[in-house]
Design a protein around this ligand. Structure first.
Ligand SMILES: Cc1cc2nc3c(=O)[nH]c(=O)nc-3n(C[C@H](O)[C@H](O)[C@H](O)COP(=O)(O)O)c2cc1C
Length: 220
């Protein structure tokens, strides 16, 4: 039984989001398990309320397994990204599906959580909403509403897909131009990796240690 779950909503193989979640997990020194939501079947909550008396979701997909794992875990690291300047659908769906644990017994209460958000939007791009702040706040509000202690968040500047699509320099809809200005190119922006930023690695390490301390303190 894993004490700490890592959940990534990023569909990109071995993405910055995945690696950041895993890095926080490593630094907990506790028993952990990682799930990539794009590899699972997970429908949004139907609000059918069949879970009200049982705390068991009746939707027959991987949400049932995830809810059982989440129920048993003491802490978690939840990683999302920011399509159209808000939290991605898979991560949001995960949060909705943990609703089954809420009724009558408040089974999400007392857990410790950390959020990871990977965004392509640099802070304060004119005309664009603050994607990372929005997504961080979405996970933070969910934690608050479920009685989960929020131990902190990590925000990573990731890669707009136009960096790797093959048309980022000439496409009229290029996110590279939108985010970095008309002169920006794939080469000038470059590919961003979590591992290139010692500050981010330090925050990931610290958050992992904070999870460890919180879990061990709660066990005393
Ligand atoms: C459909 C789609 C829409 C996107 N919209 C935004 C956006 O509005 N703001 C933003 O910061 N990033 C946006 N992105 C980029 C993602 O945030 C980026 O891919 C994410 O940071 C993951 O980076 P990584 O692959 O380096 O982990 C979008 C990506 C996709 C696929």
């Amino acid at each position: 039984m894993a004490q700490v779950l890592g959940i990534s909503g990023s569909p990109v193989t071995n993405s910055n989001t995945d690696r950041a979640v895993k890095r926080v997990l490593e630094h907990t020194g506790l028993e952990t398990e990682f799930f990539k939501l794009s590899q699972l079947k997970l429908a949004p909550c139907y609000a059918c309320l069949s879970c009200v008396d049982t705390n068991q979701c009746v939707v027959k997909d991987d949400g049932q397994m995830l809810a059982q794992k989440f129920r048993e875990a003491k802490a978690f690291v939840l990683g999302g990204w920011t399509p159209y300047s808000s939290l991605d659908a898979r991560t949001k769906t995960f949060m909705e599906r943990m609703y089954c644990l809420r009724h009558q017994n408040g089974l999400n209460r007392g857990k410790f959580g950390v959020s990871v958000i990977t965004t392509a939007c640099t802070p304060r791009v004119p005309g664009l909403p603050p994607a990372a702040e929005t997504a961080t706040s979405q996970i933070g509000c969910w934690m608050m509403e479920e009685g989960i202690t929020n131990l902190g968040s990590l925000v990573i500047l990731g890669n707009v897909p136009c960096i790797r699509c093959g048309h980022g320099d000439e496409c009229e809809m290029s996110g590279i131009k939108m985010l970095w200005g008309p002169e920006a190119t794939v080469a000038s922006v470059g590919v961003r990796s979590l591992e290139d930023d010692p500050d981010l690695l330090g925050i990931a390490e610290k958050l992992g240690q904070e999870i460890r301390q919180a879990v061990l303190r709660a066990d005393d």
